[in-house]
Ligand binder design. Structure first.
Ligand SMILES: OC[C@@H]1[C@@H](O)[C@H](O)[C@@H](O)c2nc(CNc3ccccc3)cn21
Length: 458
């Protein structure tokens, strides 16, 4: 942390965008309301055994009905931006063709309410909830999905561009592929080393097709959001160094390289072997569309060693003196600075937003009530410490010359943590799932002051 004695601590660049993030399926509820079609997550959640405690997104945070009050809470906290996702199957219930106007109206009204409260919308087109109708047609395994996704994106561009000035194609193609097609822990629950590269590649083709469509329709900015994490060798052995190379290529370069450089890292052929196809050269012309920014989702690092595992032959080494979150992720803020410096060194000065950063620590199911004032309160010192340290790490990267434009805290509110259900709370706003009461946690009140002081009260 570098600052002159007595200088303002952590002064962030003018216009730095302070916000918070959510995703449609994790907060909205009412997945089939007003003519929406099912998504793969609606199906996955209603497939016995797929979700912890049998939790589903049928109600979630009931944001579909409570969105006005939620925007009021964002305003009260002084958020300058809000990153949310659109549920594709609300807009196109069959995934292509017929537009469901009521679905479009929901997001149009949300955007108008955000703008009326001086909150800038950042819209993610795809945050994992693929229309089930498209999964029935092969989903990310069908090369036609590039056209399906561009069609859906174009409907959104025509409806909202101008009110929405920052667009994201995909949230974390790595998780979609690794979770949904390789290991099967996430929807659609496939487990195939042959399908995973195909899904990955079609996700990136679809990304390129949507960006290309934006350049014909839109007038503002569009980018890609990736989850990346620094890989540190568990030892200086050649085997562990090679393991780091594989893990780094598989998570950190697999999507950024084709999107920004027009080719995959060579390690992927080594990792997937017979399961790695020879891709048509023209695919990379489609994928490598110029971007206005990249969103980086950062949570943790991995100390990595050589091991027997598929497909990487690596393992993550738990740090005996480390601090870990409820999701088993090590708290390692320095990794964010290291990662941002790597990004700049590898891909140049493309603007970056931290589009997700946060932590799940234990929070009670109901807020405390002050016996005197009757006010509700949720104390979350561990989360405040996590956030403070990561904002400091971002500031260090900015000081080192990385062009970081904003920070979207994950998450605005407690929500459905995918197949972990409601067991993990990432929100700075507590949600009582029994009553749907929202209570800003101490971290929200602190973040509100950080925003108001432009970082000085970090
Ligand atoms: O797990 C917390 C959030 C999740 O709620 C968001 O929807 C998603 O965008 C998100 N991505 C990560 C990054 N890492 C990750 C690693 C393995 C599995 C899932 C996510 C964390 N998170």
């Amino acid at each position: 942390m570098s600052r002159a004695p007595g200088a303002d601590q952590f002064v962030f660049p003018e216009g730095f965008l302070w916000g918070a993030a959510t995703a449609a399926h994790q907060i909205e509820g009412s997945p089939m309301a007003d003519g929406a079609g099912p998504s793969i997550w609606t199906r996955f959640a209603h497939t016995p055994g797929m979700m912890l405690n049998g939790d589903t997104g049928d109600v979630a945070c009931d944001h579909y009905n409570r969105w006005r009050d939620d925007v009021k809470l964002m305003r009260k906290l002084g958020l300058k931006a809000y990153r949310f996702s659109v549920s594709w199957s609300r807009i196109l219930p069959e995934g292509t063709g017929r537009v469901n106007q009521k679905g479009l109206d929901f997001y149009s009204n949300l955007v108008d309410e955000l703008l009326a409260n001086d909150i800038e919308p950042l819209l993610t087109l795809f945050h994992w909830d693929l229309p089930a109708a498209l999964d029935d047609r092969g989903g990310w395994l069908n090369r036609e999905i590039a056209d399906w996704f561009a069609e859906y994106a174009s409907v959104m561009y025509r409806a909202l561009d101008g009110r929405v000035k920052k667009w994201v194609t995909h949230n974390e193609p790595w998780v979609v592929t690794d979770g949904g097609y390789l290991h099967g822990a996430l929807a659609p629950g496939h487990r195939s080393k042959f399908e995973a590269p195909i899904a990955s590649h079609n996700l990136m083709r679809a990304h390129g097709a949507a960006v290309k469509a934006y350049r014909e329709i839109g007038k503002h900015e569009i980018g890609l959001v990736v989850n990346i994490e620094p890989k540190y060798a568990a030892s200086d052995s050649a085997a562990d160094q090679a393991a780091v190379r594989r893990a780094h290529a598989y998570m950190n370069e697999q999507y950024l390289h084709p999107a920004l450089l027009g080719h995959y890292p060579p390690e992927l052929k080594e990792i997937f072997g017979e399961a790695w196809p020879d891709w048509p050269a023209e695919d990379f012309e489609l994928i490598k569309q110029p971007l206005d920014f990249v969103g980086i989702n950062y949570y943790t690092r991995s100390v990595t060693k050589d091991a027997t595992s598929y497909p990487l032959n690596t393992a993550v080494v738990r740090q005996p003196l480390g601090t870990y979150t409820e999701t088993g992720w090590e708290v390692f803020p320095q990794g964010l600075t290291d990662l941002l410096l790597w990004f700049k060194q590898t891909y140049g000065d493309l603007p970056v937003y931290i589009t997700e950063n946060g932590a799940a620590f234990f929070d009670p199911p109901t807020a405390d009530v002050d016996p005197v004032s009757g006010e509700r309160r949720v104390r979350d010192p561990l989360r405040m410490d996590y956030l403070r340290k990561h904002l400091s790490a971002i500031h260090d990267a900015i000081q080192a010359g990385v062009d970081i434009r904003g920070y979207m805290l994950w998450s605005l509110m407690d929500n459905l943590e995918w197949s972990l259900g409601y067991s993990k709370r990432f929100g700075m706003i507590h949600v009582n799932y029994g009553t749907q009461e929202r209570t800003p946690k101490d971290s929200a009140l602190w973040y509100s002051q950080v925003i108001a002081s432009h970082g000085r009260k970090l």
